[in-house]
Design a protein around this ligand. Structure first.
Ligand code: TIU
Length: 236
């Protein structure tokens, strides 16, 4: 069901939301960033900090699907021969197990490997766009802008991981291309809580220099959806 345009409570001021002209972009919710043994973990990060994004983002994804919004899932990763991996990216971090090395989830950050897949709770449906990207930004070396323009999309709801890396880079790229970006803060996550918080503030500061920040609850309300009540089975 299509929803009429509405206004969403946000920082720095209400966001003019038209679901028909807005795409939900889900950045890199892959095992390589969320599971032990992946790229994120090998960089020295605590991956458990990211899993809290899955539940609110799952509710937003369900509501966006019900509202027939365009949905785009991105994945960061490289060709098996690493032809699309800059030598600088391969060398960065002086990792003992660099991109392409075998790991518990297959070769690290390589397309087609288990670690490269999107977590099951947010798995793409047939008809949804899955965009493989070699960089941090979703516009760099991809056909994202072409697909958005063809679909007459003017605004993006940007979600996923990590707040200050791939989410921020994508928002900055989108902003310079003239797209309005709305970020539900609980639907993005970082290995660094302080970077997450400042990353969100940087988006909405200076009159919304990069975009708007809201919550999944405000976004769900605009989509006529409610957060599912989580029930626990005690004593079972
Ligand atoms: N390391 C880190 O925070 N992020 C990435 O390398 N990629 C994404 O953010 N997807």
């Amino acid at each position: 069901m299509r929803f009429a345009p509405s206004s969403i409570e946000a920082e720095p001021y209400p966001f003019a939301f038209d679901p028909a002209a807005t795409a939900l972009v889900i950045i890199d919710m892959q095992h390589d960033f969320l599971a032990p043994g992946g790229f994120g973990a090998l960089l020295g990060n605590d991956v458990s900090l990211l899993t809290q994004v899955i539940e609110p983002l799952g509710a937003v994804l369900a509501a966006a699907r019900a509202a027939e919004m365009m949905v785009i899932h991105t994945r960061e990763g490289h060709r098996p021969d690493l032809a699309d991996c800059p030598p600088s990216k391969l060398a960065r971090g002086r990792l003992a197990t660099p991109i392409g090395s075998p790991g518990p989830n297959g070769r690290i950050l390589i397309r087609g490997q288990a670690g490269h897949e999107i977590v099951a709770a947010l798995a793409p449906l047939p008809g949804e766009i899955v965009l493989d990207k070699p960089g941090k930004g979703a516009f760099y070396a991809t056909d994202l802008e072409l697909m958005l323009r063809n679909a007459q999309i003017t605004s993006l709801v940007v979600t996923g991981v990590t707040t200050e890396v791939c989410v921020h880079t994508t928002i900055r790229e989108a902003n310079d291309r003239g797209f309005d970006c709305l970020v539900p803060g609980d639907c993005v996550g970082s290995y660094f809580p302080e970077f997450h918080e400042v990353g969100l503030r940087m988006i909405a500061a200076q009159g919304g220099i990069f975009g708007w920040v809201t919550t999944s609850d405000h976004l769900l309300a605009a989509l006529g959806a409610e957060r599912p009540v989580l029930t626990t089975t005690q004593g079972a």
